[in-house]
Design a protein around this ligand. Sequence first.
Ligand code: UD1
Length: 342
Amino acid sequence: MKKILVTGGTGYIGSHTAVELISEGYEVVIADNLSNSKITVLDGIEKITGTRPAFERIDLCDGQGLESMLQKHGDVSAVIHFAAYKAVGESVGQPLKYYRNNLLSLINLLELMPLYSIENLVFSSSCTVYGQPEQLPVTEQAPVQPATSPYGNTKQVSEEIIRDTVAASNAIKSIALRYFNPIGAHASALIGELPVGVPNNLVPFITQTAIGIRGQLSVFGNDYHTPDGSCIRDYIHVVDLAKAHVVAVRRLIENKNRTPFEVFNLGTGRGVSVLELIRTFEKVTGKPLNYRITDRRPGDTEQVWADTSFANKELGWQARSTLEETLRSAWEWEKQHHQPEI
Ligand code: UD1
């Protein structure tokens, strides 16, 4: 059984990926400092899969701690590196917190992996690297644009750090996965997104508004150059996204990668506006959503959605869930998580 180290494995995407890995017969070791996730996520993973993954509470910025963990767990076949801070707004106010955490953890991993003969790294990147692309849908060949936040910059710099490291020796090969907008939750509603405080992202804000935790959703702008004036994104079911990680890990372990550093878009290929998403949510749940149009949010990209043909062809992977299914899963999770008595 191949052992996969999942950093940030109790987080939103990490936990869904741990489930898919276990379901595909991999052994999972989760490393997480629990700075933005809860240990009880392991219970959800165990209930879904019947297996409780090994767990190490560790901050990856602590190189010695990371080394002890790698010694302890020995024969790791691949690392999937999710652990990172991800709040765009916070990163503007606290850039060093973001640069230190997101970059140092990656550097520690890259330095230690060869010492423990770990060759394979899957990295969590983001479509934020494209900024506002000139052509849509955006392909992996589109130029990387100057980042609009320190968070976004950590993703760009991380990709560069990996590219340079892979080029400098043949000890490591890597796949960077550029996520579009992950939403939804596992069909069991046993794991899902757990935003701390007021959510920054659209779908958790919508579900919290629908259930009564928030009074009203603000739609950030309806004067964009889009058909209905609201921003357009590519919303992908987190389980579809998680499955792509299993494929990427397998590709690296089996040496099927074409180049030592590959980059893939992970989206559905479909652009959806904020207002369209709200309408779909209302249709799926039968609940009218209290929202109003407000000013644009600084730093927002007008419209972006993925050209997924490279991932479809090379990985043999495709996002399967419809927007309706995805929003239904987000709503089921919200209901289970916040109001278990319902
Ligand atoms: C942002 C980041 C992305 C990051 C992701 C996860 C940028 C440009 N994007 O994506 O890199 O990976 O968060 O944290 O840095 N919206 C509202 N009202 C709300 C919230 C959002 O109208 O209360 C709108 C936004 O204007 C946007 C869309 O919903 O058009 C999606 O927003 P959000 O969920 O925050 O994700 P992104 O900004 O696309």
